[in-house]
Design a protein around this ligand. Structure first.
Ligand SMILES: Cc1cc2nc3c(=O)[nH]c(=O)nc-3n(C[C@H](O)[C@H](O)[C@H](O)COP(=O)(O)OP(=O)(O)OC[C@H]3O[C@@H](n4cnc5c(N)ncnc54)[C@H](O)[C@@H]3O)c2cc1C
Length: 385
């Protein structure tokens, strides 16, 4: 190894390499030239979703019979990697594909799969999942949003905040209480097609320090009526169990996103320290630079090997909640440390938004917060002690 490229055992098959080539081409054509504009307007263009649908990027791991591309989670991993390599971090396609759609696939009725998955795959529907509320984030079982049964409808009341894709999503899985007296056993996942209902309102797009290309938003539900057929699963009260079963995949996704940023940070920093000069020599020639990058490369290699191990475990259906929490904790902490070191090696230019490392720094911080904070990851890991 003679560069800052991080090597680890590879899970890529020939089929995945071809898919990666297609994803790369799509992103280079449709997203990269517009990336700066997405950041300025705090969202991607709505038509990007439809174009991604046409190109087979949406619902890449959903079965073909429901309009998906028939891939596995490894196809989603490819998308994460290709987005990360290009710094297209704000687009919520991974949440749409690998967090929202799986709830329908795993717990939805046949009728729900046919009704929603093909439209998620085409981009007609853009997905979001609304768990967090102004009053509760980590303590998910304390959500207040209610879905009260009224004949063959639920009437939803409450508000959600920090919702990724919130400014655009027209298919929202709302974590709500169908029985407020039962704590976590009273939680259900109820889907709202926002174009079909009254009483739904979006708040402002939130002004974040990073991830600026995503339209993270507040959502308000005021007497929103949806058919009881929009409950995910057969019985009420299964929402918390469904969330706990799917959150390991979400945490692995965050770990993989961290890895992509780590690799990009090292690549851009490697280039920078070779061309920038001080005291008559390139920055790379200072021993401090070499030691810092040696530490970063070591940590990145450990992170990558561990991440790929978790990925293989997940593909084999063996990744448990503890290991997924460890992956999210370790990779995101490593991401923030490495990006910070890399920014330091850029000097003042590292603080300027026109340098990719500055954006990576601001974008990285939230990785320790969402998907369950890293403190909550430790709570979960500690349960296994
Ligand atoms: C950019 C962004 C995108 C997001 N996207 C989504 C989304 O799409 N959907 C969604 O539902 N949510 C989303 N979130 C919300 C995110 O998941 C929550 O912010 C997160 O779970 C933390 O909840 P909170 O903000 O209410 O913090 P709190 O729960 O109030 O936590 C505050 C602090 O207390 C600590 N803490 C809490 N409980 C414990 C404990 N038991 N032990 C030790 N420490 C504890 C936390 O770790 C944290 O440091 C997003 C957030 C951001 C910033």
């Amino acid at each position: 190894m003679t560069s800052l490229a991080v090597e680890a055992p590879d899970y890529m098959s020939e089929d995945l390499r071809i898919f990666a080539g297609g994803v790369a081409k799509f992103l280079e054509r449709e997203a990269v030239p517009n990336a700066e504009r997405y950041i300025q307007q705090h969202q991607v263009d709505r038509e990007l979703w439809n174009k991604a649908g046409e190109a087979g990027l949406l619902c890449a791991s959903m079965p073909e019979e429901y309009g998906g591309a028939g891939g596995t989670f490894a196809h989603e991993a490819v998308i994460i990697d290709e987005l990360g390599k290009r710094g297209i971090d704000g687009w919520g396609i991974v949440l749409h594909n690998a967090i929202v759609a799986p709830y329908i696939r795993h717990y939805g009725s046949e009728e729900q799969k046919q009704r929603w998955l093909p439209r998620l795959a085409s981009g007609e529907l853009v997905g979001a999942i609304a768990m967090t509320e102004p009053g509760t984030g980590s303590d998910l079982q304390s959500v207040k949003t209610s879905a009260k049964r009224d004949g063959n409808h639920y009437v939803i009341n409450g508000s959600k905040t920090f919702i990724t894709n919130g400014g655009t999503a027209n298919f929202i899985i709302v974590v709500s209480k169908t029985d407020p007296s039962k704590g976590s056993k009273g939680i259900s996942l109820v889907c709202v097609e926002t174009d079909e209902v009254e009483g739904f309102r979006r708040g402002r797009l939130l002004d974040k320090i990073g991830q600026k290309a995503n339209d993270t938003a507040e959502l308000f539900f005021d007497e929103v009526r949806v058919p009881t057929a929009n409950l995910i699963g057969i019985d009420e009260g299964m929402g918390f169990v469904q969330l706990m079963q799917q959150l390991p995949q979400e945490r692995l996704i965050i770990a993989m996103q961290a890895l992509a940023v780590i690799e990009r940070a090292l690549a851009v920093t490697g280039d920078y320290v070779k061309q920038r000069k001080a005291f008559g020599k390139a920055i790379i020639e200072f021993q401090n630079t070499q030691f810092k990058l040696a530490e970063c490369k070591t940590e990145a290699t450990v992170a990558k090997v561990f991440c790929h191990y978790c990925m293989e475990q997940h593909l084999a259906g063996k990744l448990d909640a503890t290991m997924a929490s460890m992956a999210k904790l370790y990779l995101t902490e490593a991401q923030c440390r490495i990006v910070d070191e890399c920014l330091q090696l850029h000097g003042g230019y590292g603080y300027m938004n026109e340098y990719p490392i500055a954006r990576m720094y601001a974008d990285s911080r939230v990785q320790k917060i969402y998907g369950g904070t890293n403190e909550i990851m430790k709570v979960l890991i500690a349960r296994s002690l």
